[in-house]
Ligand binder design. Structure first.
Ligand code: HEC
Ligand code: HEC
Ligand code: HEC
Ligand code: HEC
Length: 490
């Protein structure tokens, strides 16, 4: 589509967004009725029944079979397992909760409920886990500090009034009760924005921040024994609005031991971890960010409800809403948009395979080398150090893209760039490791068996297993050249 044409559509769409279509009127605000600290959405719902009803729909499963890669909480009722989708992650995350149970997201209604239901290894840090889930997190952190943050997950929940104990993202997280304007309810984001020197926000930026409260990466600071040492923090030092790069995030995360949250079992390395970086990925120069879009433009499209026009509060994949959000600007058919989206996602999935298995191989070469070390063989320290540095760079880039929830769509070029670099760093690490082994007289196998079956079967209290039908296979079959089936150990 020609730029000028789409500019007109964007302008027209924004005009419609702000001023409403002829005939539709935006819902009027009735001020002063909701108390300043009202957490219970049901109370807000008495005044805004349409948004409340729509928000409640995040509880309902979405139609299955529409999305190619973002399955989860669809009406097939299957809980999709990220470790079956990306089996190399079962090997790489082995050593802590994410290697035991790591599921695709459900709707907002389940944010806390899913934490209660998941393998308890995932909520071991305690109260701090509620940072991106419960609307009460900020208040309880202010009132009780470390005794809440380090309380067991169950004890932390019990500090809340029963009615809102299981409550996920709620009205009070995003809205000021006084005038329904947008606000944020997360101290970690306030601090993160200070860190990047961002103080003033346009309306579109505020709409984005509503989601950036949780759809960002953070770390749980740890002491020397990996015990929780404070509330979650953002690894954004040195970044700027619109330019929170993976390079900067890695630099921040590797800057001190407090950020090393877990020990990778296969290599024995202490590592940082990256979680759902949708905001960082989207805002780093994507076409849609540059065009002035915010998350709600695609995930909370306006819709008519009787004579009112409201923002859909049932946030989910735009694919599961038949691309209505996209039609605000794009004149192409839903079918065309779907093809574009799926093509982008398939390319990302292919590169993810490449980066994932390359990292898994490096981890296994470290395991091999460490095994020989235990038997008393000595290795070149400089080569070892360089291999480890390269591997960290590779691993965190893979972690970034595999944790981002759009399978490339939010920023296709940036995803490809990051995965390309991950593959290059992994190959460098493998080369250095092979060289090191040979130098010490160890016979190096041409192929190394990844033994993924060992890591992926019979996981945790739910005895999760590999589900072959869920695997994100390389759509182009290229991975077979690098990781032949028989070397996966699956
Ligand atoms: C308070 C934290 C929080 C806020 C704020 C938040 N989210 Fe989420 N979001 C989550 C969590 C947690 C999940 C996963 C819930 C689960 O799996 O139990 C999730 C899931 C989702 C999903 C997947 C839903 C599905 O049907 O699979 C989408 C899409 C999403 N969020 C988009 C958004 C958008 C857009 C915004 C801003 C308007 C937003 N979120 C604001 C925490 C939040
Ligand atoms: C231009 C439209 C667009 C914008 C803007 C956008 N997204 Fe998305 N988002 C998508 C599409 C398309 C998908 C992939 C859905 C699929 O494959 O089913 C997606 C996927 C997601 C998912 C996973 C959904 C699921 O069902 O698991 C989350 C979470 C998400 N986006 C959050 C965000 C956040 C947060 C922002 C803002 C920082 C944002 N999105 C901006 C279009 C958009
Ligand atoms: C994750 C953030 C988030 C949550 C949770 C949330 N909203 Fe919203 N809401 C938004 C955003 C973003 C808009 C669009 C605001 C804008 O464009 O200025 C919005 C708009 C609104 C509006 C203005 C009219 C409209 O529909 O655009 C009302 C009223 C509203 N929300 C009520 C509620 C109520 C009631 C709840 C709880 C049941 C709720 N919201 C929960 C983010 C949220
Ligand atoms: C508020 C307006 C708006 C919405 C909503 C919107 N887009 Fe776009 N989209 C744009 C603009 C502007 C461009 C840039 C067009 C250009 O460069 O000519 C664009 C570009 C694209 C491109 C080409 C991307 C590229 O990398 O060159 C695709 C594909 C696309 N959009 C798909 C979608 C899908 C799918 C959705 C819904 C999930 C969506 N868009 C929602 C305005 C929008």
């Amino acid at each position: 589509m020609k730029k000028i044409q789409i500019s007109i559509f964007v302008f027209a769409a924004l005009f419609v967004l702000f001023y409403g279509c002829g005939g539709d009127k935006p819902e009027m605000f009735k001020p002063g009725v909701i108390a300043e600290n009202e957490f219970d959405p049901e109370v807000w719902g008495k005044i805004f029944p349409l948004q409340y009803e729509s928000w409640l729909k995040t509880k309902e499963p979405k139609p299955a079979g529409l999305s190619l890669y973002r399955k989860g909480w669809d009406d097939d009722k299957i809980i999709y397992d990220k470790l079956s989708e990306m089996p190399y992650l079962a090997l790489l995350f082995n050593g802590w909760g994410f290697g035991i149970e790591y599921n695709e997201p459900r709707g907002h209604y389940y944010a806390v409920i899913d934490q209660i239901e998941i393998d308890p290894s995932r909520t071991k840090p305690g109260g701090v886990c509620l940072a991106c889930k419960s609307p009460m997190h900020k208040t309880l952190t202010e009132q009780k500090g470390m005794s809440y943050l380090t309380a067991s997950f169950k004890d932390a929940l019990n500090m809340m009034p029963e009615k809102i104990r299981n409550l996920g993202p709620a009205c009070i997280d995003c809205h000021k009760p006084s005038d329904m304007g947008l606000k944020i309810n997360k101290a970690h984001l306030e601090k993160g924005l200070k860190l990047i020197g961002k103080e003033d926000f346009t309306r579109q930026e505020q709409r984005m921040l509503a989601c950036a409260q949780c759809h960002i990466t953070y770390f749980v600071p740890r002491d020397k024994d990996k015990k929780v040492a404070g509330d979650v923090m953002l690894p954004w030092s040195g970044a700027k609005w619109g330019d929170i790069s993976i390079e900067g995030i890695i630099k921040d995360l590797l800057s001190d031991f407090q950020r090393l949250e877990w020990k990778q079992a296969v290599t024995g390395f202490d590592m940082p971890f990256i979680r759902h970086p949708e905001f960082e990925m989207f805002t780093r120069g994507s076409v849609h960010f540059r065009a002035g879009l915010a998350c709600p433009d695609c995930h909370m499209p306006y819709r008519r409800s009787g004579s009112y026009k409201i923002s859909t509060h049932d946030v989910t994949s735009p694919v599961k809403q038949n691309f209505v959000a996209c039609a605000q600007c794009h004149t192409e058919s839903a079918d065309w948009l779907k093809k574009q989206l799926f093509t982008t996602q398939e390319k990302t999935a292919s590169l993810l395979n490449r980066a994932g298995y390359a990292n898994a191989r490096v981890a296994k070469f470290f395991e091999l080398l460490h095994g020989h070390q235990l038997k008393g063989i000595r290795f070149d320290e400089d080569l070892y150090k360089k291999a480890k540095e390269s591997y960290m760079q590779s691993m965190l880039r893979l972690n970034f893209v595999s944790a981002e929830n759009s399978m490339g769509f939010h920023n296709p070029m940036e995803c490809s760039r990051i995965l390309g670099d991950s593959i290059a760093f992994a190959n460098k690490a493998e080369m250095l490791l092979r060289q090191n082994l040979v130098k010490s007289g160890v016979a190096v196998p041409e192929k190394i068996n990844l033994e993924i079956g060992k890591y992926i079967k019979n996981r945790g209290i739910h005895k999760r297993n590999f589900e072959a039908s869920q695997e994100f296979k390389d759509p182009f079959g290229t991975e077979e050249n690098f990781t032949p089936r028989e070397t996966r150990g699956l």
